[in-house]
Design a protein around this ligand. Sequence first.
Ligand code: SAM
Length: 461
Amino acid sequence: MRIDVVTIFPSYFAALDLSLMGRAQAQGLLSVGVHDLREWTDDRHRTVDDTPYGGGAGMVMRPDVWGRALDEVLTAPLPPREGTEPPSSGPPQGPRRVLALPTPSGTPLTQRMAEDLAGADQIVLACGRYEGIDQRVADHYRSEEHEVVEFSLGDYVLNGGEVAALVLIEAVGRLVEGVVGNPESLVEESYSTEGLLEYPAYTKPRSWRGMEVPEILLGGNHAAIARWRRDRSLVRTAHRRPDLVARLHTSHLDIQDREVLASAGRVVRPRRAEVLIRQAREGEARAVSELARATFPLACPAFLTEADIEAFAEDHLSESEFARMLADPDDHRVLVAQLKDGSQELIGYTLTILGGPDAMPAEMVRRGRLELGAAYLSKCYVSSDWHGSGVAGALLERAVADVAARGRNSQVALGTNIANKRARNFYRRHGFSLAGRRTFMVGEVANIDDVLVRNITVHQP
Ligand code: SAM
């Protein structure tokens, strides 16, 4: 690839002789020409600028000087591309030459743009100074059917286009075949195909200033490491670049991806939204009760009648029941997921009982690995519209973390109907395993539940 830079400060580009860019030039992968714009002036003072028409502060770069410079650079013969045969039939194809003009009012430079430009035969960079280059320069070359890209580094103003030109050269140059020794390293980077930021990287020493490298990276379990890295990428992107989350292809996201994003406050399905997971407040008994009544039937087996379900709701999911539980946060933990939009709608909740008279029913503490005094995850429900959004998993993990932080229980247990395979798989994925069975009454009907349990690391409060 040929790169030409036209500037009034050629020495700025000495940096291109260093490191990868320097090596790429030595190997003939890139050829860089730096030209002093003043070579194309025709007055004694080598003037490149003049006062702006219409008045105003500062000077504008003259189109006539730029025109002479760019005509010459854009028509200079290019060496044939290595490994490319001229097409045997059809009209002769000229080289792809791109005129790139850095300007704060240009299109933001992105990895996609860099990937596209890496396919050009020549990029000519015109570095503005002062108040910029007369607009007719870009307009003229565009009207002459040249490929013209006006690009910006970001929403701030630099003194000149040199730094922006260096950035573009480096971003594009490293994508030219052979410039980066290991092409694999280009695949996983930030902004690569999927549009996620890269996960954090660690190296030796393993312990530094009291901070340890995350344990999972030391174990050699490649699948677990890949999953951990993906989770960190998702969380980082959700926190730092929600605009990128808004552009993610949801078809590329599995349920765990969606749960991780929801935990970080971003939901992408069924529509994109911000979500807040928090403790329910005392005044919210009615809203939580309404959500509980709407969602409870979703997990009931088909043989239960409406009357049975209603009887259960009256006894256990009423506003007064929730008011009682919300007034006693030592024993009753109620988390809600709330949309952060105008509606402020509650779309999911968990109820966990840490102890007291509502603690896990004694008949559950019968078999195997279940310990007396396990916290009882009594409810984990999300409205049907938001199934598959990841909110349920995010709520569940927050509920478990909340139990751990309270420091009273070393296990979390729950019951789920034996016919509800979806729920069982969901809890298994979140580290729960079978500990026994129980009978659970809904109205007059006895249901058989699997009892599932997960051990937790207790934090001292
Ligand atoms: N008056 C111009 C404006 O407000 O849009 C700013 C001109 S700036 C002082 C001079 C030159 O710096 C520009 O012509 C451009 O080449 C370069 N430049 C400044 N900020 C830039 C940015 N964010 N991205 C790319 N180039 C920039």
